[in-house]
Design a protein. Structure first.
Length: 79
């Protein structure tokens, strides 16, 4: 997978750049990343319960961490 997408997702999330995060959601080839972004943005825009927003945010961040770790291991294996 493309580690750049994970870096961008983390950066956009940290900087609250929701428009860029939405564009990344559409453009990424990682379906799971796209779905995690979708769930977070939906919760952020429509949920009134902060715990749901927080849960979706942490789910997105955990996936980014997991996927970027896997990508780095794949890259190291090919060297």
């Amino acid at each position: 997978m493309n580690t750049v997408d994970y870096d961008k997702a983390l950066y956009y999330t940290h900087r609250s750049q929701w428009d860029n995060l939405l564009i990344l959601m559409v453009r990424t080839k990682d379906d799971f990343l796209s779905k995690k972004i979708e769930h977070f943005l939906h919760a952020y825009n429509f949920e009134k319960d902060y715990s749901i927003i927080e849960r979706q945010l942490y789910s997105l961040l955990r996936y980014i961490d997991h996927a970027s770790s896997e990508s780095m291991e794949e890259l190291a294996a090919h060297m």
